[in-house]
Write a protein that binds this ligand. Structure first.
Ligand SMILES: [Zn+2]
Length: 438
């Protein structure tokens, strides 16, 4: 503990998420220690003038696949977390469908040991529910050790453990409810996909059936259930209704579903293969409207990198990278719809900071507030730029957004008061560590 402050930020507009113009933000020992209009009379080691920039709480991407262990040929923490930092993301929650998958309790500390030292941002894990590991979850998994327990109700190329039996899911939900752990779900009902003659992109019934089942389970068990990558109007309408009835169910949307449609997939091919699949224009517009209204609480990336070679193979895997593109993509599209910088920035701070942090019980993150980590993202909201592959950090080396134009560029990212990314360069050490869960 030093008696000097680490640093002082002034100028710019901080989005706490509420906008605060031209204030001073003081940082001490990695925490926000001061927010005010008066310049504090203290010694500090550095200062940063954020004039003309938006200052967001370090963004939180609750849905990434960093492929460690076992699939590091397409992504690892060293590359994936640099992509995060370059995109203004300072905390990630990593999915468990690795090789081996994260399905036994002792693997959690092994994984922490493996990625510590190569992670540039703070991290947490989702734990996998399979049809054989419920006893271990019951005995050894606590709400302090994992962000959630995830289940795949449908299989695809990267997810071989499917569980869609309502009785089994209900017993899992009962156990998780007692522990205060959320069940997060890839919600497509496998029996309606397997052997179905309906092309996958038109198979909305599989997603709807899964959501209906999850609403029943949440209502019965009072377990908090979180539906990942909701992609259709029908699912959202069911979920809005359930939420109004105080059933403990929440949901996310992911930016590939907000950016592309099935028509894009027909034009651009397997690079855009996704599960659940890309949908229709009407779904995309409904999701944007719901985000602006506040009916959808957050957006994640579902950063799911594969190599170009894999994507162009005979059995292309589903998924695409996106952690670095999350903020510019969502900002660009929201601004286009609201035409209001302040409103859009406030929405960003909520959708990509405060709300995901609250939902996943992440301690001391997601807001610019006293006592919170000084995780900060500095964003030039007027800057227009074109995404080229040279700026990408993901190990897979490509982006579905290549050659597209964005409004708004991350100029600096700080993790616990230390700059980790600045003006197109990574700086400092890989100092990410595991998050604490409330
Ligand atoms: Zn995913």
């Amino acid at each position: 503990m030093s008696k000097h402050w680490d640093g002082l930020i002034f100028g710019g507009t901080a989005f706490l998420p509420e906008p605060l113009h031209n204030s001073y933000i003081g940082i001490k020992d990695g925490y926000i220690t001061y927010i005010g209009d008066e310049k504090p009379n203290v010694l500090y080691e550095w200062e940063y003038n954020a004039e003309g920039l938006a200052i967001f709480p370090g963004l939180i991407d609750t849905h990434v696949h960093f492929r460690t262990p076992g699939l590091e040929h397409k992504e690892d923490y060293f590359h994936g977390t640099q992509a995060a930092a370059a995109g203004g993301v300072t905390t990630i929650l990593d999915m468990p469908n690795t090789r081996p998958p994260l399905e036994y309790p002792q693997q959690i500390s092994e994984k922490i040991a493996k990625v510590t030292g190569s992670s540039y941002v703070d991290f947490g894990f989702h734990f996998l529910l399979t049809n054989r590991n419920l006893p271990f979850i019951k005995d050894s998994i606590s709400s302090k050790s994992v962000a959630s327990v995830k289940v795949f109700m449908a299989g695809h190329e990267t997810a071989h453990h499917t569980v869609y039996d309502e009785e089994y899911l209900t017993s899992a939900a009962e156990i998780l409810a007692e522990k205060g752990i959320m069940l997060t779900v890839h919600a497509e009902y496998q029996p309606l996909i397997q052997g179905s003659s309906i092309p996958i992109y038109e198979n909305r019934a599989a997603a709807v059936a899964a959501v209906q089942m999850l609403i029943r389970i949440a209502k019965k068990t009072k377990c908090a259930i979180h539906v990942l990558h909701v992609s259709t109007i029908e699912e959202l309408q069911l979920l809005f209704k359930a939420k109004n009835e105080n059933i403990p169910i929440t949901y996310e949307v992911i930016h590939p579903h907000l950016a592309f449609t099935h028509n894009d997939y027909m034009k651009l091919g397997e690079l855009l293969k996704l599960r659940p699949p890309l949908r229709e224009k009407k779904d995309v517009e409904y999701m944007w409207k719901s985000l602006i209204k506040g009916d959808i609480q957050y957006v994640s990336s579902d950063h799911a990198p594969h190599t170009i070679k894999e994507k162009k193979s005979d059995i292309p895997p589903a998924g695409m990278p996106g952690v670095q593109e999350l903020l510019p993509m969502v900002y660009t599209e929201l601004f286009q719809r609201t035409k209001d910088v302040t409103r859009t920035c406030s929405l960003i701070a909520k959708l990509l900071g405060e709300n995901p942090s609250y939902l996943f019980r992440i301690a001391n993150k997601g807001k610019i507030a006293l006592g919170y980590h000084a995780d900060l993202t500095f964003f030039d909201y007027n800057k227009k730029w074109k995404l080229s592959s040279e700026v990408l950090y993901s190990k897979c080396g490509w982006s579905p957004y290549e050659n597209m134009y964005f409004r708004g560029l991350v100029v600096k990212t700080m993790l616990r008061g230390k700059t980790i990314y600045s003006d197109g360069q990574m700086v400092g050490d890989a100092m990410g560590h595991p998050v604490n869960f409330n």
